[in-house]
Design a protein around this ligand. Structure first.
Ligand SMILES: N[C@@H](CCC(=O)N[C@@H](CS)C(=O)NCC(=O)O)C(=O)O
Length: 208
């Protein structure tokens, strides 16, 4: 299996964390988003959306991070089948994609991507909008995490979907001081060997 991804991409981090958590044999293929490699014809032939991650397993070419996580983790404890726990997993993955991700992307694009690509000064109004949304979302997650170790109860792919995005909060200047349950949960997930490896790889890429 090959995994086309990029270490700074939160959607890539989700999948890598699941790969490492389960000890799967996957060959990484770097798609340098900062060099526009996602728009190269050979990559667009794999994913016409021009986005990472993409998993290739024989003749299966799978894009969309949630589909990839589910495919890789099928049959494992990370994808629970008990209806109520499974519903919690679906709820938080959908929430991350529909609400948390877009809010954080506004801030990340203005503060990090624009700087890295030399795309001009940040739009402060958009940063303020994304920041307000981020804190509103994080208050919701904070309440949901009260008294819980992980978001659906046991550790699941939903934790990696969320933690991959929250792992970029610091770099975006989004602090968790007002969301102590989120901060404690993020520390718990980030201390796992799988997430530590994902974050270490991103640090190594940043230093190179
Ligand atoms: N819904 C997709 C989103 C994938 C996505 O937006 N990936 C970003 C990196 S996190 C990307 O490849 N961006 C490249 C671009 O927009 O040019 C998924 O969950 O996999």
């Amino acid at each position: 299996m090959q995994l086309y991804d990029f270490p700074f991409s939160p959607n890539s981090r989700k999948v890598r964390a699941v790969v490492y958590e389960l000890g799967l044999a996957v060959e990484p293929v770097n798609v340098d988003l900062l060099q526009g490699k996602q728009r190269a014809p050979e990559f667009l032939a794999l994913n016409p959306n021009g986005r990472v991650p993409v998993l290739v397993d024989g003749d299966l070419v799978l894009w969309e991070s949630t589909a990839i996580m589910r495919y890789l983790a099928r049959g494992s404890a990370l994808v629970p089948t008990a209806p109520r726990v499974a519903a919690e997993v679906d709820r938080w993955i959908a929430w991350q994609l529909a609400h948390l991700g877009p809010a954080m992307t506004k801030v990340a694009f203005e503060k990090v991507v624009k700087v890295a690509l030399g795309k001009g000064p940040p739009d402060e109004a958009r940063i303020a909008e994304g920041t307000t949304e981020f804190h509103a979302m994080s208050a919701i997650l904070d309440a949901a995490l009260a008294g819980k170790e992980y978001v659906a109860g046991p550790l699941t792919i939903a934790d990696f979907a969320l933690a991959a995005h929250y792992s970029l909060a610091g770099a975006c200047g989004l602090d968790l001081a007002n969301h102590p349950n989120v901060a404690a949960w993020l520390a718990r997930v980030s201390e796992r060997d799988s997430m530590r490896r994902v974050l270490q790889e991103a640090r190594m890429r940043a230093a190179s």
